[in-house]
Design a binder for this molecule. Structure first.
Ligand SMILES: [Fe+2]
Length: 223
């Protein structure tokens, strides 16, 4: 007779969501939209489907210090969630992204960083999606028909976003933004975060002394 059945989710991929208080978000977003508009004025005409982006150095500008601080705080929370040793994660890149009508972001990831994040300033109605691809390369080898898509049987996760929401995720996770089918711009700020002292703290070998490797034993050690 069956005594017990257990399902274990292995290697989950975390996506963190931080929502600002509504009034705080309204004030912060109005301010940030003004500052971004100053950086992007004048704007050149765009080919269809393209976007405006600022330089990826907004984190060095004092007018964005508050939002950078918020994102770095969220990143510390993420490392705690992951149960990593305490360390500083710093914003290494920060840029505004404006999707005009028709604008989209093709599937991509953010190399050479540990975490990435997007903070939303303006999301036209029904144009409020961030799409994450299933990072498991073998997961689509078999795609049987499903009764209803869920986290186990889908391969594109649609994430709802809205002004005042920060979405943080592993920088290696591929994501995309579908075309903006509205008549208003969709505006967000993107961030990359990396360990401040990675070379000193994490690059040295994870073991010391002579080790004997057992080829049959499970391990997360470097070989
Ligand atoms: Fe991105």
């Amino acid at each position: 007779m069956i005594k017990n059945v257990t399902v274990t989710d292995i290697y989950p991929t975390p996506i963190w969501t931080v929502d600002l208080d509504n009034n705080d978000a309204l004030a912060a977003n109005a301010y940030l939209l003004r500052e971004i508009d100053k950086l992007m004025t004048p704007r050149e005409a765009l080919p269809p489907g393209s976007n405006w982006q600022t330089d990826p150095t907004m984190h060095r500008l004092p007018q964005f210090a508050e939002i950078v601080k918020l994102v770095e705080k969220a990143a510390i929370g993420a490392t705690e969630y992951l149960n990593l040793q305490p360390r500083d994660l710093v914003v290494t890149g920060c840029w505004a992204n404006v999707n005009p009508p028709g604008g989209r972001n093709k599937t991509h990831h953010h190399p050479n960083n540990f975490l990435s994040a997007v903070y939303y300033l303006q999301t036209p109605e029904a144009e409020d999606r961030l799409i994450f691809e299933d990072p498991r390369p073998q997961a689509t080898v078999m795609m049987p028909r499903v009764v209803q898509f869920n986290l186990y049987n889908g391969n594109l996760l649609t994430f709802k976003v809205r002004p005042g929401r920060l979405v943080m995720f592993p920088a290696w996770l591929k994501h995309a933004v579908p075309p903006n089918n509205s008549k208003r711009d969709r505006i967000s700020i993107a961030f990359n975060l990396m360990f401040k002292n990675y070379v000193e703290e994490s690059s040295p070998a994870l073991w010391e002394g002579t080790v004997t490797l057992d080829p049959g034993a499970p391990s997360n050690a470097q070989a």
